[in-house]
Design a protein around this ligand. Structure first.
Ligand SMILES: Cc1cc2nc3c(=O)[nH]c(=O)nc-3n(C[C@H](O)[C@H](O)[C@H](O)COP(=O)(O)OP(=O)(O)OC[C@H]3O[C@@H](n4cnc5c(N)ncnc54)[C@H](O)[C@@H]3O)c2cc1C
Length: 431
C-alpha cells in the first residue's frame, strides 16, 4: 500500500521552523511594510534571507538535478502553503515569481556560460529577472502568434516590438524576451528567448501599469507590471537562450512546477482568510445570535474548509505525480490545479469579506487587498478557460464514439443481462 499522507518527521520540523519564522518575523511587519525605508529594508531583507539560507530552505523551487537545492514538488508544495500566509515570504525564501520560473527556463535551456552569468546570480538573489511574453495587441493566451520580432544582423540580434504586463520589468536586472525569429516555424517553433539586460539601448520601460492590486501605481516598485517598447534593441548573439525556435518549449518549462507553488500559496492565503472569517463569526452578534450560529454563515465556514481541503489534496497529489512522472506527463493535471485553486481562493476571500461586513470591505483588514491582488489568478499564466479546455480535450481522448444507442442504454443492455443471469443460475445449480 503506497499511499501515505504524513510528512516525515525531519521535514515536518523544517516546516514548523518556517511557520514560526513567517508568523513571528514577517507577518508582524505587514501593517508598516509600505513605509519601511527602502535602504534599511534591503539590509534587513538580506539578514532574513541569510537565516533562511542557514536552514537550507532557500530557493527550493529548483531541484538538485537542475543545480538547485530543492526537495521535489511535493515538499515544495508543503513549503509554498506556509509561504502563502504572507506575500513578502516569497522574496525571503528565494521563490519569488517571476524569478523562479525564469530560473527554471535558464536551468533547462541556458549554456554553462549563460548559467554562470545569469542563472546562479539570480538564484543567489544578487540579480532579479522579468519575463516578457504578453503583448497589448494580440491575445496573450495564444503565444503561437506574436508581433515582437528578433532578426540576426551579423553577431547581434535586433529586437522590435511592444510588450506589456511584464512583472518587475521596471526593477529587474535582466528581461527574458520572447520574440519571433522564424515565422515559418509557427505555431510552436517560431519564437526564441533572449536575455536583454536593463539599460540596453532600444529597450524602453514606458510605464508601470495601474491594476486592481495597485490602482495608483508608483513607478519602479517591485511587483509592478510594465509596458516595454523595443526599438532596434540590439543584444549579442550569445544572449539567445537555446536554439532559434526553442522559445515556445522553453516558455512551457517555466510554468510546470510554478502552477503547484502558485496554487499552494493561494491556499495558504485562503486558510489565513478562513481564520479571519471564523474569528469574526465567533466574536460578533446579530439578531440575538453569534454570526457563527446563523446557518448561512456556517455554510460559508464549512464550504470554505471543504474547498480548501479538497484543493490541497488535489494539489498535493498533482505535486506527487510531477515528482513521479515529470511535469510533461501531467500537463492537464497542472492546468486543472491552477484553474480550480484560483477559483477556490477567490471564493474563500469573498465569503470572508461578506462575513466581516463593512470591516471586510475596508482596508482595516488585509482581505480586500488579498482579493484584489489575487483576482489576476484566473487570467494570468493562461486563462482558466484554456486550462479547462486542455483538460476536457485530454479526458475526451479516452472516449470512442458509439453508433445508435449509448453504451449505458438500459433497454439495449437487457439481453446481455438476461443471458448473464441464465448462466449464473446454471453455475449456481438452479434448475
Ligand atoms: C498580474 C499579472 C501579471 C502578469 N505578468 C506577466 C509577465 O510577467 N509576463 C508576461 O509575459 N505576461 C504577464 N501577464 C499577462 C498574462 O500572462 C496574460 O494576461 C494572460 O496570458 C492572458 O492574456 P491576455 O491578457 O492578453 O488575455 P486574452 O488572451 O485577450 O484573453 C482574454 C479572455 O479571453 C478568454 N479566452 C482566451 N482564450 C481562450 C480560450 N482558448 N478558450 C476560452 N476562452 C478564452 C478568457 O476569458 C480570457 O481571460 C500578467 C498578467 C497579470 C494580470
Amino acid at each position: 500500500m503506497g499511499w501515505d499522507f504524513e510528512t516525515d518527521a525531519e521535514f515536518a520540523e523544517q516546516l514548523a521552523w518556517m511557520r514560526g519564522f513567517i508568523d513571528d518575523e514577517l507577518i508582524p511587519l505587514e501593517p508598516i511594510f509600505d513605509e519601511l525605508p527602502a535602504e534599511e529594508w534591503r539590509v534587513v531583507k538580506g539578514h532574513l534571507q541569510g537565516r533562511v539560507k542557514e536552514q537550507g530552505l532557500w530557493g527550493a523551487f529548483l531541484d538538485p538535478q537542475l543545480g538547485g537545492s530543492g526537495f521535489g514538488q511535493l515538499k515544495l508544495a508543503l513549503m509554498s502553503e506556509i509561504i502563502g500566509r504572507c506575500m513578502m515570504s516569497m522574496t525571503i525564501f528565494g521563490v519569488q515569481a517571476p524569478d523562479s520560473g525564469n530560473m527554471e527556463l535558464l536551468a533547462h535551456g541556458a549554456t554553462d556560460a549563460q548559467k554562470e552569468r545569469w542563472l546562479w546570480p539570480n538564484l543567489r538573489g544578487e540579480i532579479s529577472s522579468a519575463f516578457a511574453l504578453t503583448e497589448p495587441f494580440l491575445a496573450g493566451s495564444d503565444p503561437t502568434v506574436i508581433d515582437t520580432s528578433a532578426v540576426l544582423d551579423g553577431e547581434e540580434w535586433v529586437i522590435n516590438g511592444r510588450k506589456w504586463f511584464i512583472t518587475n520589468a521596471s526593477v529587474a536586472d535582466i528581461v527574458l524576451v520572447f520574440a519571433e525569429t522564424s515565422p515559418e516555424g509557427r505555431p510552436h517553433h517560431h519564437a526564441s528567448v533572449f536575455i536583454v539586460p536593463a539599460g540596453t539601448p532600444g529597450m524602453e520601460i514606458v510605464r508601470d501599469i495601474g491594476t486592481m492590486a495597485h490602482p495608483d501605481v508608483e513607478f519602479g516598485r517591485p511587483g509592478n507590471h510594465a509596458e516595454i517598447v523595443f526599438s532596434d534593441c540590439r543584444v549579442p548573439a550569445d544572449h539567445l537562450i537555446g536554439r532559434p525556435g526553442d522559445g515556445f518549449v522553453l516558455a512551457q518549462q517555466r510554468l510546470g512546477g510554478g502552477r503547484i507553488h502558485h496554487a499552494m500559496r493561494w491556499l495558504g492565503m485562503a486558510q489565513r482568510s478562513l481564520d479571519i472569517m471564523c474569528e469574526r463569526a465567533v466574536s460578533r452578534t446579530s439578531h440575538g445570535k453569534l454570526l457563527a450560529q446563523h446557518q448561512m454563515v456556517q455554510d460559508y465556514v464549512a464550504l470554505s474548509h471543504m474547498e480548501i481541503q479538497a484543493a490541497r489534496l488535489l494539489t498535493f497529489q498533482t505535486a506527487w505525480k510531477v515528482d513521479k512522472y515529470g511535469a510533461a506527463a501531467v500537463r492537464a493535471d497542472l492546468g486543472m490545479v491552477k484553474a480550480h485553486v484560483s477559483q477556490v481562493v477567490l471564493g474563500v476571500l469573498d465569503r470572508t469579506i461578506q462575513v466581516c461586513g463593512a470591516l471586510g470591505y475596508s482596508s482595516d483588514l488585509p482581505v480586500e487587498a488579498w482579493y484584489r491582488s489575487t483576482r489576476f489568478g484566473p487570467i494570468g499564466d493562461g486563462p482558466d478557460e484554456l486550462h479547462k479546455s486542455v483538460l476536457a480535450r485530454t479526458l475526451l481522448k479516452g472516449y470512442q464514439p458509439t453508433e445508435g444507442w449509448p453504451t449505458e442504454h438500459i433497454p439495449s443492455r437487457r439481453p446481455a443481462g438476461e443471458a448473464r443471469w441464465a448462466q449464473l443460475r446454471a453455475d449456481a445449480g438452479l434448475q
